[in-house]
Design a protein around this ligand. Structure first.
Ligand SMILES: Cc1cc2nc3c(=O)[nH]c(=O)nc-3n(C[C@H](O)[C@H](O)[C@H](O)COP(=O)(O)O)c2cc1C
Length: 384
């Protein structure tokens, strides 16, 4: 179901490079650093260049690259304190957090940042990490059952007193959080995002999440997921908003952009890419219907560190990326994704500092211009 033109502008988030090695598993030069000084500068630059959100990654140990990792919730808080407007989404594994403890952390982070904290609930793919931490590795759909119980508990603790829960995974006895997180005009409590594309993930999003994140996808892949997630939203519940991952390579000429992609893939760290594929297989199949992440990913897709980001096709000149210019058929078009119902683009870059600024100065104005044109030409009823 297309979103009416003239609705909210499409939003932008970026992947926080809080693990070493950048966002591509390749030996190509990457002027991206995983340390705090670089990330603080990046966060300030991003909020001044049109980004509303930053998403931190959670990783407890090395995996096919990512040799060093900063912890997601503490790193997110540091970025919140270094910025004014940016909302920072901290990735968390339900298997490794108690919802009451995370709710407490989230409430404090929300007060310290004036209502800019959010979470990304990820159900996990890296069995070795859980094993190393001495935690059981649940079967795929059980991980989602646990995530759903976690999200329901988190929302209840953030909004109500005297929470009682005797669940399959967590227990709470007359638990009241004081203070609660902030209730702002934008949202009643920190927003709850989720990552995962399997049937179980789509169903969970429809039932409990505020936002659903998709891996990199073309137009058809996005449409299928949006339809499934909306169908899963129960009567009376607003369907989650939709975020789409994409690796963005914007250059002055299309040839330069495509050459950069070719070089990333040609210099892929083959061993790490295969290692990741093997680890995902070990994690257990997503679902019998093959809808989960990485079910149909090829070698090139996996070079974009876990997330199929090249598939979104945000590769070319600013004009091509913002609007799409024939005959670049199949290449990304931000406004076209918006028309399909994408509310947020989650972007990764090769050289973050340089490219976030290039995005803000060269790509974003074109997107806003086109959105304004569409809003002006939309029927009056659709403009509300
Ligand atoms: C936007 C996004 C961010 C993610 N971030 C993380 C992360 O930081 N750490 C992690 O272990 N998994 C992360 N994941 C992966 C999920 O934990 C999950 O394993 C993956 O989405 C596969 O789920 P599926 O089988 O339902 O498709 C992320 C997924 C998405 C879509």
């Amino acid at each position: 179901m297309p979103v009416p033109t003239g609705s909210d502008p499409v939003r932008f988030a970026y992947w926080v490079p809080n693990v070493s090695g950048g966002l591509v598993t390749s030996t190509i030069e990457q002027r991206t650093d995983w340390g705090y000084d670089y990330n603080r500068e990046l966060a300030v630059l991003a909020e001044n260049n049109g980004f509303d959100y930053a998403l931190s990654q959670v990783r407890y140990m090395a995996s096919h690259g990512a040799e060093f990792q900063h912890e997601s919730t503490s790193f997110s808080l540091a970025l919140l304190l270094a910025t004014q407007r940016l909302k920072v989404i901290a990735a968390v594994h339900p298997g490794l957090w108690h919802p009451g403890v995370l709710a407490k952390l989230g409430a404090t982070a929300d007060h310290l940042s004036n209502g800019r904290f959010a979470v990304n609930v990820v159900s996990g793919w890296f069995k070795g990490e859980f094993t190393a931490l001495g935690e059981p590795w649940l079967e795929h759909d059980e991980r989602y059952r646990r995530s759903e119980e976690f999200i329901r508990a988190l929302r209840q603790i953030w909004t109500e007193d005297h929470t009682e829960l005797a669940g399959d995974f967590y227990r709470l006895r007359d638990f009241s959080l004081k203070p609660k997180p902030l209730n702002t005009p934008e949202r009643p409590h920190p927003e709850i995002f989720q990552g995962g594309n399997s049937t179980a993930a789509r169903a969970m999003a429809g039932r409990v999440s505020d936002w659903y994140f998709s891996n990199g996808k073309d137009f058809d892949g996005v449409t299928e997921q949006i339809n499934d997630v909306r169908a899963a939203a129960q009567a009376g519940r607003t369907a989650p908003r939709f975020g789409l991952n994409g690796f963005l390579i914007a250059r002055d000429t299309e040839a330069e952009a495509r050459d950069t992609l070719r070089e990333i893939v040609a210099k892929a760290d083959t061993e790490a890419v295969h290692g990741f594929r093997d680890a995902v297989q070990q994690a257990g199949p997503s679902t019998g219907d093959g809808k989960g992440m990485w079910q149909d990913s090829g070698f090139e897709d996996l070079v974009q560190y876990n997330n199929d980001g090249f598939r979104t096709g945000l590769i070319g000149t600013p004009e091509q990326i913002a609007m799409g210019v024939p005959p670049a058929e199949g290449w990304g078009r931000i406004v076209a994704y918006k028309r399909l119902g994408v509310d947020l683009l989650l972007l990764g870059f090769l050289h973050y500092l340089e490219e976030v600024e290039y995005f803000g100065k060269r790509v974003l104005p074109l997107v806003r211009e086109l959105e304004a044109q569409e809003a002006a030409s939309a029927p009056v009823a659709a403009r509300a």
